[in-house]
Each structure stands twice: as structure tokens, then as C-alpha cells.
Design a protein around this ligand. Structure first.
Ligand SMILES: [Zn+2]
Ligand SMILES: [Zn+2]
Ligand SMILES: [Zn+2]
Length: 758
């Protein structure tokens, strides 16, 4: 007896080797039938003995190619016919092609084996790839995803490559970037002035330069890296100085997990992340006294580590025997990463000693992604290469909108059906080059995703470049979304929540509906709106931006508020501040000159860090808060500083007088920084749990969403989650989408799509 089943598979199943995979699986089980791409994914019919057909259905999702992401499989029984064979049938072009483009993926083991096999025709070929690996997103010019519409268009396949490309049983069947020494892209080494280095083997020459302590700009998958030997104490400071990056940590690339283990503690989750085909940078606890020089990540207990992911990286590490190379985005401080050869020469000539380039164009820049493990699973800190443009799957179909994100760590988001496409990391828009990239990304993503938005969502901050861009596009409805509402909606969307939740949104800066700078907010929110149910008490931000760079100013602001100017004058904290400067600061705050009011949680961390002696000034965003968290010791001390919870009508103000009294007592009593930090964190957990309980009493809501950049603080994130669950709440957090402003555009998109459909 035979059976025949029709199977519809949706998700990311095109351009990832899915049809050849189905063809091989059916062949192995002796099944007849067919497979073809459709507008919604892949359509399969299989016919054979029931046991084999069942086996096929069981194995289909389990053994799918690494790049495939199946979101749904439906199966129905259909009548048998006379089929004897299994075949791949042509795409039904009558239907519009609406397929998901895959992200870029690390070179696979099969390709690596071939590349290091001296008799293989691709021996040491730096652009080896197959349907299971290689570039995708960064080489797509437009859709459909076919070679003529990628940056491989200029390379005509040789007959050997073409034969692989045409053979349904081959690993390179329809692998669009398929190439070899004869027909594909090639590498060159250039001097700083763009002159080509005459070397028989440019890879060996590049290795020699790195070994000699040079900084080499290396063209990768989503852009150029600046590379140098991470174990060379002479070159790392040179790179820092040239890049004008004072203390912000660099990531290091290592050849394998063993090497990572020499520098960091790698647990099972960390290992899995390192080896995942997306190959993100993984923040791992750093071991002491390793070969990686301290200056790679000064004052930091963590090290960002990632494994080699392009064939080129493997060749460089194999050639040089390096244990770790600094591999940092090739740019000047916060500018976007360089992608084109001539652009690299122009922008990086003062940063790099030489350039290792190739002639396969990168069409859209894509930085390395950054993840860390918290609460037992991976959390995105920067979702970019390897993950974009894989969509976030939404609870229901939504209209197509464009959300333009915030100002720092900007991403944009486009929605279509049940998919939300978050862009790669775009950067800080106050930077002109990043702003150009922002406009380019909007245009490019709309094209390759075939999305024509019917509305634009933006942040309420009138001076954000993204906001101004949105407001200048008057052809479409424009929907302003309050910053923290956006954060909570982002967390809700990622967790596919509907209805109303308690939302705890903690970060550095977000424009409030009262024109003040919010950042320590508890909202009662759904996609259609929110109520500000509790927030940190307002304090002045003396000097505006200057207060963000100089945390000691925030300590002064808090102490003046609670204890007055005379009290503050006597403190060791301000001993180094000239009296006249201090008086100016007091006057500014008193008269409200350049001292906007803020309820920012990030600034509260700054004040505590400054008073605890962690850091008076910072060199990069959130540095004081990060180092305050790092300072937490293992003393096991579980006491907590008190906060003052004050009712104001239906809502609550979280005030800090008691906190600072206790903190000053501890500072005076020489309590360790580790314990001060721990008591502060514990106090914050307590007061947020208390607020949540009050709000549950009033509203009946039991679901709490945690969002905002402050939740990148692992101690706070884990402790608060644990406490809320213990108190009977359901807690929802970010995983796939960053908790910080990199995830904001998703929430904006959800709020806007709801606003226009109701
Ligand atoms: Zn491969
Ligand atoms: Zn070829
Ligand atoms: Zn934010």
C-alpha cells in the first residue's frame, strides 16, 4: 500500500539548500514525488510506503540545513499517482516571490575540509562556500535572490562551478555565490597608499605583517576589520590611539574553542554560542593573567570573543598560528564600519598600516553581533551579522510600517504580515556617516524585503535625527512613540504578548511626554498606550551632556537635592573640583540653567558609581554603570539600601534620600566598593518588586516586562527576574532582540501598526 502526502513548509527555506536537502532525504527513503519553491515557502509531495513517509515527516524538520528556519509545517493526505521518481520542479513564477533572505553564515565544515585539502580544486581558496554557508544578506542588491542580483553578478561561473550549481544532488546546487580560483573573487594586499604589494601569496604576506606588529585592515563579510596581534603589548595601544578609542573594550577573534578557553571561562551555553553558525562576539568572563594583553579590555571582567567565520580568517589563523587577534570594526570611534575598498583607503589610511582587500563587493554593511549569556540563555546586545534579516515573528498579522528607532545604537524596523524585520546595527545618528547609512539601510531593506510602509513610527524626542527624518516624510501617517513605551512594546512583541502588562523600563535617556528626560519608568502598557505608574524622582542633569560624561556631577545633583549645597561642599567627592566651578554648578541647578530634569536610571547608577569611588568620568556610554556592576564581589552580603516610595495620586515616586544616607554612611565607614554596589543593586530590586506588587493590587496585572539598556546589567536582570517570579509574577524579558535602544524600533513598529489598524 502506498500513501501520498502534500507538505507545505514556511519560514526561511529558500536559498538555503532546502530543495536539494528534500531531494536527498526523499531519495534516501526511496520516496517518489516533488519539491518546489512557492510564494510562501516550499511545497513538497511525497509518495511511498507509510513507514517511509512517516520517517520523512519526522526527519524533515530535524535534519534541515543549518540556515533554514522552519516556522510552520502543514501536512495533508492526497491521492496517489503514478510517480516513480522524486524531482525538483521549477518555481511557479505565476505567484509573486515572497521569500525570506537568509543571513550571512560562517563557513561550514564541509567547505573547510575542502579548503585545506591539497588535492581539492578549491585548496586555500578564500571564498569557498556552498548552500549551507557563506555570504547572503551583505551581497544582495535586490530580489529575487539570484546571482545576477548579487555582487557576484560580475563573476561568470566556470564550467566546473556551473555543473555543481546545476546539479540537484550537489551541495552547491543554486548556491548563488559559488566560485573557485578560476572564476571567482581574488584577494590582494595593498600598502597604506593603495599600492598593490607584489606578493606571490598575499595571505602569507598579510600574516607576516600581523606577526611584525602591524595593524591590518582586513575586508570581511559585513565590512572591514582592523586587526592586530592581541598578545602584542606594543601594537594594541597603537590601535587604541589611532582609533581614538580610549578604554572601550576590543573584541578578539580566536581560531577555536580551546583558544577561547585559554582566555575566558567558557560554559556550555557560551560554547554553543561561539560555535553557532552566526558566530557572534560572545562576552565571556575573562581569566586573569593570559596572553591577551590587558589593554584589549581595560577595567573589564569580560572579554568579547568570537571564532573565525570566513574562509579568509581560517587561512590567516592557520598561516600565522595566532592564538588571538584583535578584530575591531574598521572605523573611527563611532562612525559606521567601512565596506568599499576605495572608502577604506580614504577613511582608514591613518588607522591601518596596510589593507587586505578583495573584489567581491559588500553591498550593505553589517557589523559583528554581540551576545552574552544571562538568566541561562543568550541575550542579544547588538543584533547584526548572522541574524539580520531573519525576522522576529509577531503574534499576529500587522500592516506594513517603518519604525526609525532612536538616536544611539540605532536600528530600524519594517513589518510585513507576521514578520518584523529589524535592521542591522546602524550606530549613533549624530555621526554624519552613520546618518547616511541610516538612509541607505531604509531604502535597501524596503527594496530587498519588498515592503512599502503605510506609516512611519518615530521617537518623541524632537532633536533625534531619526525623528527629523520621519517628520520630513510627510506623505505617510507619522506616529510618535514615547521612548519607554517603545521599549516595553518591543519586549511584548518579542514574547508575542497581547493585552496589558506592567512594564519596567530602565535606561539612560528617553524623551518623556512632559518634555523631561525619563529613564527610570514603570508603565502600565499595551500596544495602544500607556500610563506612567511609577518613576524615579526627578533630579537636575547639571550641564546636560557634560553630566553624562562626568558622573560626579550626578552625585552632586542627588546630594544637593537631598542634603543641600553646604553639605556637599564638605565632601571628599568634590575636593578636586574648584570652588568657583562648584558654585556655578549649584547656581545652574538652582536656576534650572542647562540642567534639564531627569528620572534616568542610568544617571542614578552614575551617581552611585561616582560616590562609591568607581569612576568620576567616563570614556564611553554607560561605562560607570558597567564598572559598578563588575565591582560586585562574592561576599554573599545580601543587605540592601532602602529607597523611599511616595504615593502621588494613583502613581508612585521612587525617591532616594534614604538610599544616599545609607550609601554615605558606608562610604564613610570604608565598606568595600563590592558591597556598596551589591547593596545598591539589591535595593533597586526590592523597590521595583514593591512597586510591581502595588500595581498588581490596583490593576490585577500579573505579567511584568523588563526592557531598556539598564537590563544589560546581568546582576540586576537576574536578581529582579528571580524576585518577581518568587512574588508570583510572570516575567518577560528580551533574548532575540536587544533590551537597549537597538531593540527600540521593534516596539515603535508594533505601537504604530496598532495605531493605524484601530
Ligand atoms: Zn559550505
Ligand atoms: Zn569556478
Ligand atoms: Zn532607551
Amino acid at each position: 500500500m502506498l500513501v501520498r502526502k502534500a507538505i507545505e513548509v514556511s519560514g526561511i527555506v529558500q536559498g538555503v539548500g532546502f530543495r536539494p536537502y528534500v531531494y536527498r532525504l526523499a531519495g534516501e527513503l526511496g520516496l517518489a514525488g516533488s519539491v518546489c519553491n512557492t510564494s510562501g515557502g516550499v511545497s513538497i509531495e511525497v509518495q511511498g510506503a507509510p513507514a517511509e513517509v512517516d520517517g520523512f515527516l519526522a526527519r524533515l524538520p530535524m535534519e534541515a540545513p543549518p540556515l533554514a528556519r522552519i516556522t510552520n509545517i502543514t501536512v495533508r493526505e492526497i491521492p496517489c499517482n503514478g510517480d516513480r521518481e522524486f524531482q525538483i520542479v521549477a518555481t511557479d513564477r505565476a505567484e509573486p516571490v515572497r521569500t525570506l533572505i537568509s543571513a550571512d553564515v560562517a563557513v561550514c565544515d564541509d567547505c573547510l575540509r575542502e579548503m585545506f585539502d591539497p588535492v581539492n580544486r578549491r585548496y586555500r581558496y578564500p571564498f569557498i562556500n556552498c548552500t549551507n554557508c557563506g555570504p547572503r544578506f551583505t551581497i544582495v542588491r535586490t530580489i529575487p535572490y539570484d546571482r545576477p542580483f548579487t555582487s557576484m553578478a560580475g563573476f561568470t561561473m566556470c564550467s566546473a562551478c556551473q555543473a555543481e550549481y546545476d546539479d540537484p544532488g550537489n551541495r552547491r546546487f543554486h548556491a548563488q555565490p559559488n566560485a573557485c580560483w578560476t572564476c571567482g573573487p581574488q584577494v590582494e594586499l595593498w600598502e597604506r597608499d593603495g599600492k598593490r604589494v607584489e606578493a606571490a601569496d598575499p595571505i602569507a604576506e598579510t600574516v607576516a605583517r600581523l606577526q611584525a606588529g602591524q595593524v591590518v585592515a582586513i575586508k570581511g563579510l559585513g565590512g572591514f576589520h582592523l586587526a592586530c596581534d592581541a598578545t602584542n603589548a606594543d601594537v594594541v595601544p597603537v590601535l587604541r590611539e589611532r582609533k581614538r578609542r580610549v578604554e572601550k573594550p576590543f573584541a578578539v577573534m580566536v581560531p577555536n574553542v580551546d583558544a577561547a578557553e585559554r582566555f575566558c571561562d567558557v560554559d556550555a551555553a557560551g560554547r554553543q554560542l561561539l560555535l553557532s553558525p552566526q558566530r557572534p562576539i560572545v562576552l565571556l568572563p575573562r581569566r586573569e593573567k593570559t596572553a591577551v594583553v590587558d589593554d584589549v579590555a581595560p577595567f573589564n571582567r569580560y572579554l568579547g570573543v568570537f571564532l573565525t567565520y570566513t574562509p579568509l580568517h581560517h587561512l590567516i589563523f592557520a598561516g600565522g598560528g595566532f592564538s588571538a587577534l584583535v578584530m575591531t570594526s574598521a572605523n573611527l570611534s563611532e562612525e559606521p564600519i567601512c565596506i568599499a575598498n576605495d572608502e577604506a583607503l580614504r577613511r582608514l589610511s591613518k588607522l591601518a598600516d596596510c589593507f587586505f582587500v578583495h573584489n567581491r563587493d559588500i553591498l550593505l554593511r553589517c557589523d559583528d553581533s554581540v551576545v552574552r549569556v544571562a538568566g541561562g540563555r543568550a541575550r542579544q546586545l547588538r543584533r547584526s551579522r548572522g541574524f539580520v534579516p531573519v525576522p522576529v515573528f509577531l503574534p499576529e498579522e500587522v500592516p506594513s510600517v517603518l519604525a526609525v528607532g532612536g538616536e544611539l545604537k540605532n536600528t530600524i524596523c519594517l513589518t510585513k504580515g507576521r514578520h518584523a524585520f529589524l535592521s542591522q546595527h546602524i550606530g549613533d545618528l549624530e555621526n554624519a556617516e552613520a546618518y547616511g547609512f541610516f538612509e541607505e539601510a531604509i531604502e535597501h531593506l524596503q527594496r530587498i524585503l519588498e515592503i512599502r510602509p503605510v506609516a512611519i513610527a518615530y521617537d518623541l524626542h524632537p532633536n533625534y535625527f531619526s525623528t527629523r527624518w520621519a517628520l520630513a516624510h510627510s506623505g505617510l501617517p507619522q506616529i510618535g512613540v514615547q521612548h519607554h513605551h517603545g521599549h516595553i512594546a518591543s519586549c511584548m512583541a518579542e514574547n508575542q504578548l497581547e493585552g496589558r502588562v506592567i512594564g519596567i523600563a530602565l535606561d539612560g535617556t528617553g524623551y518623556g511626554t512632559d518634555g523631561r528626560i525619563w529613564g527610570g519608568e514603570v508603565l502600565l502598557a499595551d500596544y495602544t498606550g500607556f500610563e506612567r505608574a511609577a518613576h524615579l524622582a526627578y533630579v537636575p542633569l547639571p550641564g546636560g551632556e557634560a553630566a553624562i560624561r562626568q558622573p560626579w556631577r550626578m552625585a552632586v545633583a542627588y546630594l544637593v537635592r537631598h542634603f543641600g549645597c553646604d553639605f556637599v561642599r564638605e565632601l571628599p567627592l568634590v575636593a578636586e573640583v574648584p570652588k568657583t566651578k562648584l558654585n556655578v554648578l549649584f547656581r545652574m541647578m538652582e536656576q534650572g540653567i542647562n540642567s534639564p530634569l531627569t528620572s534616568s536610571c542610568g544617571r542614578l547608577f552614575d551617581a552611585v558609581a561616582a560616590l562609591a569611588g568607581v569612576r568620576r568620568e567616563v570614556n564611553y556610554e554607560a561605562q560607570a554603570a558597567i564598572e559598578l556592576e563588575m565591582a560586585i564581589g562574592n561576599s554573599g552580603d545580601d543587605s540592601a539600601y532602602p529607597f523611599d516610595l511616595v504615593a502621588e495620586g494613583e502613581s508612585w515616586i521612587i525617591d532616594t534620600r534614604s538610599l544616599f544616607e545609607a550609601l554615605l554612611r558606608d562610604v564613610g565607614g570604608k565598606v568595600s566598593v563590592g558591597d556598596i554596589s551589591r547593596r545598591f543593586h539589591n535595593g533597586l530590586v526590592n523597590v521595583l518588586a514593591e512597586v510591581s506588587s502595588h500595581l498588581r493590587e490596583r490593576s490585577g496585572l500579573e505579567r511584568v516586562c523588563l526592557s531598556g539598556g539598564t537590563f544589560q546589567n546581568v546582576y540586576l536582570f537576574e536578581r529582579l527576574g528571580f524576585r518577581l517570579r518568587k512574588d508570583g509574577f510572570q516575567v518577560f524579558v528580551h533574548g532575540e532582540v536587544p533590551a537597549g535602544d537597538g531593540g527600540l524600533s521593534l516596539g515603535q513598529a508594533m505601537v504604530a501598526s496598532r495605531a493605524i489598524s484601530t
